[in-house]
Design a protein around this ligand. Structure first.
Ligand code: NAD
Length: 416
């Protein structure tokens, strides 16, 4: 088999190009959207606990800010690259536009395995990231938030460092903060909750009853665990959960509340009782109604796509399906709800956090969830209609909707 192109920036560029062609846009639009507006690389020196200095690579990419300030999380991972951060920032630009937010797209990251650092080293590294970039960040400039391997505590250190360096209490500069520091109710669970809403809406469209639908989830971090929890609340049966090297399985349905409790104390899900350990091969071939990839990019390659038997794939992670896998799954008539729509709940509530920070007024959990639900379902309905009107995939429909809006704003602003 031909080696697959796993470059996420190339797959993003392909989607943007296709969208521009379908919309018959001026070629300038693709020129403006094919790469980030700016991408900054920094070296972050950190004094380690043993007294030595170690230097870590950090990135921040602002893809497009036509519709508003840059918005996007910061990922800590040993394998990140400048190219990956560029692609992730582009997906953020598309995502913010798909759900009609007054924000552009950005993303950042540090090349590090945070598990190898002490708490003190992690704090100094996170503060160092802000020291290197604070001039390019701001409530009305570029707004970081959490992503894979970063959390509310890290956002709190970053916010504090920003306040110290600028002398201004502009806490809207970072999203995903703890509630005590101006975080929004509902932000922690927002992405997973949004995934469950999209899963439920698409199920209705194809006549699948979400109650008792069998679901398999890859990844049990923030997105995967909360998607699992909310899907279970809707009546779905989460029968399998995959980690990096294996999966656990129980055809009667895994109790997600118990598993969440278990993972808060144990790193490994393998010791969770009453489940069977299965191989990843078996996981991907399971006879389930729905799969939710909620780990990282390129999880579903062409080889894996051949094995999949599900009716629906809801992309909880960003870019989990390679372009080659995407065409195989489309040929198999498997409905894919694209990442830029499916996992937009997180950035929607990050936007609410930003609004609340500027107002100095805070909404209840129910108010936040209710607003998120309305916004997600409204966006889903728009994208579904475009898909039906033009007889295209949901992914193509989402890109068309997103690019059209950004192109209109760039035109009005005189960028082309
Ligand atoms: P996280 O770090 O909380 O969780 C990721 C989980 O995936 C971890 O449990 C990790 O062990 C697991 N994992 C890593 N590689 C794996 C593999 N090969 N197979 C199975 N599991 C694997 O991260 P998260 O915040 O849940 O983010 C997951 C994905 O969702 C990322 O693509 C991220 O960009 C995207 N996303 C996150 C948010 C958010 O609000 N957190 C919003 C939108 C999109």
């Amino acid at each position: 088999m031909k080696k697959e192109n796993l470059n996420p920036l190339h797959s993003l560029q392909q989607q943007i190009k296709l969208g521009c062609e379908r919309l018959k846009l001026d070629s300038s639009v693709y020129e403006l959207l094919k790469e980030p507006k700016r991408i900054i690389e920094i070296n972050i020196p950190v004094k380690m606990d043993n007294g030595n200095i170690q230097v870590f690579k950090g990135y921040r990419s602002l893809y497009n800010d036509a519709a508003g300030p840059g918005k996007g999380g910061v990922r800590y991972h040993p394998d990140i690259s400048k190219n990956e951060i560029a692609a992730l920032s582009g997906w953020m630009a598309m995502k913010c536009s798909v759900v009609n937010l007054p924000m552009g797209g950005a993303k950042g990251g540090i090349k590090v395995d945070p598990q190898l650092l002490s708490v003190g080293e992690l704090e100094r590294l996170s503060r160092g990231y802000i020291q290197g970039l604070y001039k390019y960040l701001g409530e009305k400039l570029d707004i970081p938030g959490p992503d894979a391997n970063t959390n509310g505590q890290i956002m709190a250190w970053m916010t504090d460092e920003y306040i110290k360096l600028t002398g201004n209490y502009n806490i809207g500069v970072i999203s995903g903060k703890p509630i005590e520091l101006g975080g929004s109710n509902g932000r922690h669970t927002a992405t997973g909750y949004g995934v469950s809403l999209i899963a439920s809406e698409v199920s209705k469209k194809i006549g699948l009853d979400i109650k008792n639908a069998k679901v398999a989830i890859q990844g049990f971090g923030n997105v995967g665990s909360h998607a699992a929890k909310h899907l279970q609340d809707l009546g779905a049966r989460v029968v399998a959960i995959a980690k990096r090297d294996y999966a656990i399985y129980d055809n009667r349905g895994i109790d997600i509340d118990d598993l969440m409790m278990h993972t808060s104390e144990n790193k490994d899900i393998l010791s969770f009782p009453n489940t069977e350990k299965i191989s990843l091969d078996k996981f991907w071939s399971l006879d389930v109604d729905m799969i939710v990839p909620a780990a990282l990019e390129n999880a579903i390659t062409a080889t894996i796509a051949e094995k999949i038997n599900a009716k629906i794939i809801c992309e909880g992670a960003n870019g989990p399906i390679t372009p080659a896998a995407d065409s195989i799954l489309n040929q198999k008539n498997i409905i894919i709800t694209p990442d830029i729509l499916t996992n937009a709940g997180g950035v929607i509530v990050s936007h609410y956090e930003w609004v609340q920070n500027q107002l100095g007024l805070y909404w209840s959990q129910n108010e936040v969830l209710d607003k998120e639900k309305k916004q997600m379902i409204k966006s889903f309905d728009i994208i579904w209609k475009i898909k039906e009107d033009f007889n295209i995939t949901l992914r193509e429909a989402a890109y068309i909707h997103s690019i059209k809006r950004i192109a209109e704003i760039m035109k009005i602003r005189g960028w082309y």
